[in-house]
Structures are given as C-alpha cells and as structure tokens.
Design a protein around this ligand. Structure first.
Ligand SMILES: *[C@@H]1O[C@H](CO)[C@@H](O)[C@H](O)[C@H]1NC(C)=O
Ligand SMILES: *[C@@H]1O[C@H](CO)[C@@H](O)[C@H](O)[C@H]1NC(C)=O
Ligand SMILES: *[C@@H]1O[C@H](CO)[C@@H](O)[C@H](O)[C@H]1NC(C)=O
Ligand SMILES: *[C@@H]1O[C@H](CO)[C@@H](O)[C@H](O)[C@H]1NC(C)=O
Ligand SMILES: *[C@@H]1O[C@H](CO)[C@@H](O)[C@H](O)[C@H]1NC(C)=O
Ligand SMILES: *[C@@H]1O[C@H](CO)[C@@H](O)[C@H](O)[C@H]1NC(C)=O
Ligand SMILES: *[C@@H]1O[C@H](CO)[C@@H](O)[C@H](O)[C@H]1NC(C)=O
Ligand SMILES: *[C@@H]1O[C@H](CO)[C@@H](O)[C@H](O)[C@H]1NC(C)=O
Ligand SMILES: *[C@@H]1O[C@H](CO)[C@@H](O)[C@H](O)[C@H]1NC(C)=O
Length: 516
C-alpha cells in the first residue's frame, strides 16, 4: 500500500481500498454489447478498478482518478481483451516436442490420460500444469478451460488444481472422471467423486481466479446412466461453471455428441457444456447446441495435427470458440490457433466455388469474426458475458500489444487485422487477469520465481522424457480395427520432400549437444 492510498483509507473508514489502473493514449478494441460488435477507440482510456473495467472512454473524456491510480501510457499500442482458450491439458508440458509427428491413434497409447498415468508424480503434474499455463499467459491467454485428465490419484488431482490456482490465470479447472486401471492402486470414478467433493469444498481455493468444473468423456455411445447421473448431480450440487467433453464422431466413435446429451436428458442442464473438437458434428446436433446454448471448442492446430479434423465446424461458428488442446505438440496461444482457423476456413469455402470451376467473388470470413471467436465467444461458451470483452463492468482481463515497436505490426491501421494477421506472441507486452499484472514490460510477472521454477520444471521434464523415449508403444496399425468404432485403420500417404531417393520424413539429423 502506498502512503497516499493509506490516507484515503483512513479518511473513509470501513471502505475497502480499491486499486486502480488507467491505460491511456492507446487504441482500444472495445465491445459494444448493444450492437454485438467491436468498437475501435483511438487515443482512448480504460480505467480498471480492482478486478473490473470501470470506464472505457474516447479522447478528452474526463476520468476520475485518485492519487493511487497507476497510469500506464500505451500510446501507439493496442489494448485488447485477453484471449480465451476453451480446451487445454496443462499437465502435458513435459512431453514437449516428443509428439511432433504423432497421430491420434499413437497419442492414446503414449501421451493420453490412461497411457501416461504411471509416468507423472504429483510434482510432475504441478510443474507441468504451471509451466503450461504460464506459457499460455505469456502469449496473451487470460482464461483457460483445462480438461484436467491428470486425475490419477487424489494427490495428482490436487497438484494440478494447486498449480492452476498458483498461476493467477483464470483457469476453469475441469476435474476428469475416468476409470484409471492402468496403474496400481486403480483410481476409479467413485473415489474420484469423493475426491472432487473434498477439493471443491476446500475454501482455500476460493478467492483465486480458478474455478472447478467437470470433464467427462463417457456420455455416449453406451453411457453408464447411473454414473452420468451421479456426475450431473454432483455438478448441480456444486454449481460447477462448466462441463466439458471430448466429442469425436464419425469414424472415431468417441461421440459425446449433442444427441447423446439429449438422450440422457441432460442437455437442458443449466450448466454449460463445452464440446471440444465436435469433429463430425451432425446438422441436427448443431441445432441442439443452438437450442440449448452449448458451445463447441474448435482446436484448429490439433485437429490438423492429429487428424480428427473439423469437417463441419465452419458451419457452427455461431456456437463455437477456439481452443489449443495438447500444447506439447504445438502452439499454446490462441492467436496462432485463430489465424490458422481463419485461413483454413477461407481456403475451404473458396474451394467450394473453385470445385464448381467458378471464381470466388468475396472473402468468406473476416478478421472481426476471428477476433471475436478468440475472445468474446470463449466467454459465451462459459456463459460469462463479462469475459473476452472490453466494456464497463467486464473483468479486467487485458492484453497490451506492442504495436508501436513491433516490426511486423509497423504501419497498422486496423488494430483487429494487425493482431489477427500480423502480430506474434512476441508482441504481447503486458497481460492482466482480474486487473492484476501477469506480464509487464514483456516479462512474466512470475519472473521472480520463474528462474528457479524453470529448473524445477526441466528436471521433471528430463525424467519423463527419458522414460518415454525408452518406452515403445503398441497401437493399432493398418490391418487392425479402431476399437472405439470398429472401423479399419487406414494408411496415410506420407509426403516426399526430397529430390531423388528417400522422402526426408525421418532420416537422421545431427544433435550437436543435448543441452538446451
Ligand atoms: C489524445 O487525447 C488527449 C486528450 O485525452 C490529447 O491531449 C492528445 O493530444 C491526444 N493525442 C493525439 C495523438 O491525438
Ligand atoms: C494527491 O496528491 C497531491 C500532490 O501530491 C496532494 O496535494 C493531495 O493532497 C493528494 N490527495 C489526496 C486525496 O491524497
Ligand atoms: C468405471 O467402472 C465402472 C465399474 O466397472 C463402470 O460401471 C463404469 O461404467 C466405468 N466408467 C467409465 C467412464 O468407464
Ligand atoms: C482419496 O480421497 C477420498 C475422499 O476423501 C478418500 O475416500 C480416499 O480414501 C482417498 N484415497 C486415498 C488413496 O487416500
Ligand atoms: C485444502 O487446500 C489446502 C491448500 O492446497 C491444503 O493444504 C489442504 O490440505 C486442503 N484441505 C483438504 C481438506 O483437502
Ligand atoms: C430437463 O428435462 C428433463 C426431461 O427430459 C426434466 O426431467 C428436467 O427437469 C429438465 N431439467 C431442467 C434443468 O430443466
Ligand atoms: C451490456 O453490458 C452492461 C454492462 O456490463 C450490462 O449491464 C448489460 O446487461 C449488457 N447488456 C447485454 C445485452 O449483455
Ligand atoms: C536410388 O535408388 C536406386 C534404387 O534403389 C539406386 O539404384 C540408386 O543408386 C540410388 N541413388 C542414389 C543417389 O542413392
Ligand atoms: C517422427 O519422426 C521422428 C524423426 O523426426 C522419428 O524418429 C519417429 O519415429 C517419427 N514418429 C512417427 C510416429 O512416425
């Protein structure tokens, strides 16, 4: 507390002291909730009081500040809402770069929740989860919906929750219910229900930016109705903010579809469902999402990397937000995902015209649409109209893009296009969650402990990577069937990038020194 704040406090007894922050002189990407559209304010100001945005104003508007207000000049820079990542598994950071050319079929046998159960201690989960979230916030993400399937024991569950709390980021930590029988002792759903109760009742997590949700991947096909009902009752009892599920229909057979939720009689729940991927969503499934206001999390890089793909996701963007998924295999930021998604959607819809041997006349998707999917839609997926926007009353989850000094943004006019198509995460100068600095002057605020934390994480990652590299995994190959759907495994054409003999795919490359 500064002396001048103290004096205000003393003259107004009983009033809790507010902390306030004024951004001035920059371009603000605000949101007008009357017109549901972005509103660009040049040379504007944003006043933050505690965890909320109090005022959003144009140039010259009077703003009431006190002596304790921290004034931040953002001339030449862009103030934008923080990005919302609606699908993530923070604990997996330690696998980084090991799955660069993996497929989903291999993933389950090697990196997934069941395969990895014996590999990570509570310490490994803690540091992996924290490293993953810090990586996200460094790139401008302020809200993360974490499908937390590191729930292999009471201790690993608590470790991941504690890391989420300690990150300071707005984490919707969704406890995964699943039978873990790959390790001893087994960790089964009934024990998990009791563990969830303990964690969710523990007052020590309240008051942080983390909230506890639920993740469950067995809504269909062939659900265990009693188990589903137990989980939904628990969700309702604890008023969880979200339930999330992996939905991969079509050849994948891991449905968890809107139709499954309908058949179970739970689609009308007051709790929002977030269906990650929604690969092979049907037209009627999409209508159910609209009727009951549940969202899809499109994870463009993941769905390309692993091959679940997103054949119809471009048609459900009115009920869709953006997610990352397994950040150990690729980017952890929503900017990259959004750019990939925008351009992939454009290519697909142009392609439909070209397939008819015609020439496309207009661009099918705008940067404004992409920007809103990365921010506002994430809030809507969680039924939080105060997230992912800059407006009075909204949460102060903010990003300052250094559009003044960034060579790649030099010459920008439209700030939305500047971010969506030209910026990189290196241009994220500052991030706030709940009005508190998470990144400032281009450095994580966690910097104070990050150096020591980095060593702690690297020790854990080395342990895990060494074990994993020495482990070969069995997974279905051509000639086998995919257990979830009974469909055959098909061969994928691998490309040839080398002149003459060989393809350049694996080959040998020289590692000069193992040290980072
Ligand atoms: C920005 O607005 C302030 C008043 O709020 C004014 O003093 C200043 O000259 C303006 N800057 C520019 C570049 O227009
Ligand atoms: C604010 O600061 C000014 C100058 O430092 C001082 O004169 C004034 O009394 C202060 N006001 C309050 C409310 O502390
Ligand atoms: C967990 O195991 C129990 C007992 O075998 C079973 O009834 C239940 O359906 C299983 N749940 C899941 C999600 O596999
Ligand atoms: C995990 O927590 C639950 C709920 O408190 C408890 O019933 C169970 O015995 C715990 N498991 C272990 C192995 O301690
Ligand atoms: C509540 O959480 C705190 C902080 O993580 C932990 O120390 C304590 O053991 C927890 N209590 C229970 C009953 O789980
Ligand atoms: C949802 O619909 C079922 C009938 O399908 C009904 O029993 C239940 O009360 C409804 N729940 C809510 C929250 O409206
Ligand atoms: C618009 O935002 C204001 C302030 O946050 C809020 O009171 C109002 O309900 C919002 N309107 C809509 C349509 O969301
Ligand atoms: C390429 O492969 C063919 C057939 O195996 C072989 O005859 C030829 O020598 C190879 N060329 C080179 C440059 O290795
Ligand atoms: C991926 O490529 C590496 C070489 O970069 C190779 O060692 C590995 O076997 C490949 N993995 C798969 C699943 O093809």
């Amino acid at each position: 507390m500064r002396p001048n704040q103290l004096s205000i406090f003393l003259t107004v007894p009983g009033l809790t002291l507010a902390s306030s922050l004024l951004f001035k002189g920059g371009t603000i990407i605000a949101f007008d909730n009357q017109t549901e559209s972005l509103q660009v304010i040049r040379n504007g100001s944003v006043l933050v009081t505690d965890d909320r945005i109090e005022t959003v104003a144009g140039p010259g508007a009077p703003i009431h500040i006190t002596n304790g207000t921290e004034v931040v000049d953002i001339t030449g820079k862009i103030l934008a809402p923080g990005q919302v990542n609606t699908h993530f598994h923070g604990w997996q950071t330690a696998f980084k770069t090991l799955g660069s050319n993996t497929s989903l079929v291999e993933y389950f046998s090697r990196y997934g929740e069941f395969a990895a159960a014996g590999l990570l201690s509570p310490e490994d989960v803690y540091v992996g989860q924290l490293a993953g979230i810090l990586e996200s916030v460094n790139g401008g993400v302020t809200t993360v919906l974490d499908h937390a399937h590191h729930t292999w024991s009471n201790a690993t569950a608590e470790a991941g929750l504690q890391a989420s709390v300690d990150s300071g980021v707005r984490v919707f930590w969704a406890y995964a219910f699943h039978n873990i029988t790959t390790i001893t002792p087994n960790f089964l759903v009934p024990e998990q229900l009791a563990n969830f109760r303990d964690l969710a009742s523990n007052a020590s997590f309240r008051g942080s930016a983390t909230e506890i949700g639920i993740a469950y991947d067995s809504f269909g096909p062939s659900p265990n109705v009693a188990e589903v009902n137990a989980i939904i009752s628990l969700a309702e009892e604890f008023k969880v903010p979200v339930i999330t599920t992996h939905s991969l229909q079509g050849p994948w057979g891991i449905d968890n579809s809107p139709e499954d939720l309908l058949n179970l009689g739970i689609i009308n729940s007051t709790i929002p469902f977030v269906l990650s991927h929604a690969s092979f969503l049907t037209a009627s499934g999409a209508q159910l999402l609209r009727t009951f206001n549940h969202y899809v999390s499109i994870t463009p890089e993941s769905e390309s990397h692993y091959g679940h793909t997103h054949p119809h996701s471009h048609l459900i963007q009115d009920q869709a937000a953006i997610g990352v998924d397994t950040h150990f295999t690729f980017s952890s930021d929503i900017l990259t995902q959004t750019r990939l998604w925008l351009q992939a959607t454009r290519r697909r819809l142009y392609g439909e015209v070209l397939e008819r041997w015609q020439v496309p006349d207009n661009n099918p998707m705008s940067v404004n649409q992409a920007f809103l999917m990365a921010t506002r839609h994430g809030g809507l997926a969680l039924r939080r109209s105060d997230l992912g926007i800059i407006a009075p009353g909204a949460k102060a989850d903010l990003v300052v893009w250094n559009a003044r000094d960034s060579p790649s943004m030099l010459g920008w006019n439209d700030p939305v296009a500047a971010i969506v198509l030209h910026a990189s995460v290196g241009d994220v100068e500052a991030v706030l969650v709940d009005g508190k600095w998470q990144k400032k002057g281009g450095r994580l605020v966690a910097e104070g402990y990050y150096t020591a934390f980095r060593e702690r994480f690297l020790a854990s990652a080395a342990r895990i990577q060494n074990k994993l590299i020495q482990t070969s995994s069995e997974f279905p190959r051509v000639g086998d069937v995919w257990p979830a759907s009974g469909l055959p495994i098909g061969d994928t054409l691998t490309v040839d990038t080398l002149r003459g003999n060989g393809t350049g795919y694996g080959g040998t490359f020289l590692v000069v020194d193992g040290a980072q």
